[in-house]
Design a protein around this ligand. Sequence first.
Ligand SMILES: Cc1cc2nc3c(=O)[nH]c(=O)nc-3n(C[C@H](O)[C@H](O)[C@H](O)COP(=O)(O)O)c2cc1C
Length: 277
Amino acid sequence: MKKEAKIRPFWYSDVWLFPKLITVITSLDEQGRINAAPYSHIMQYDVMTKNPRMIIGFRQDSHTFQNICATKEFVVNCPSADHLDDMMETARFYPEGVNELEHTHFTMIPSLHVKPPSIKECPQIAECVAEEIVKLEKSSGIVIAKIKALVFDEELIDMGREERIRRMNLPIGLGDEDRQDYFHTTLGHLTMHKLGEAPDAIRGSQVQLGMPWDADALQALMTIPPMVRKMVTEQTEGWCSSKGHASVSLAQFNAYAAEQGMTPEFMERFRRKKQSA
Ligand SMILES: Cc1cc2nc3c(=O)[nH]c(=O)nc-3n(C[C@H](O)[C@H](O)[C@H](O)COP(=O)(O)O)c2cc1C
């Protein structure tokens, strides 16, 4: 039997379980004073290299949101589970102008592209600049931000995902009770699922060509994962038209792909995965 739960204030964290990313966002106010606080209402927004973005939801009267409205720049720092106490310390309600990091074991280090500092102890960091700020009435403040840099502890960058997951040991937020008791979990059993091709995938990925394609350009198109092949076809043709070409050659296909960050080395990752699957 199922039963409808009452929707009360803070339903998203009180009754509904959203496993969430734990971050500490650092920002500066107009006088250059540092602020830090945890934020979990955060998601990747655009995934292509030309416009990587994050989207984040804030209480509109939070210092972090007000700082971002005023100075635009901020840093998303992901602490490991070893620093959950420090992360919680930054959530306490300190008056405006207090640097919460001074009440923690976190160390501030200069960021690479923005003015607010980064946190040394965080293995994964995104330096961001707000592009669009939405202030709906009686709602969260939404920030859509361009990612200027993704910064990691050096040894993590070339590590395989499984080893990286274990090494980073990021905590997973599971919400709170009464805005007082916050629940977190850390990595337990890790499962991995292979995304094989569905039996009829080839039919789903059939594309309608809007202009002639050279044979080698078509062959290159077939190396694109089926679920994005239609989108890539349309975008490539749009790009070729905008450049005054009436057909798609391999050189044009590669030039457009490279502009989107899909360099031959990047595409090689998909080919390798397919062969080993
Ligand atoms: C784990 C955790 C996640 C949080 N996530 C958010 C969030 O996504 N949005 C938000 O408005 N507040 C969030 N909070 C509450 C803010 O961190 C808290 O209100 C803080 O005092 C705000 O600080 P500031 O005014 O310095 O920005 C979270 C708190 C914790 C402990």
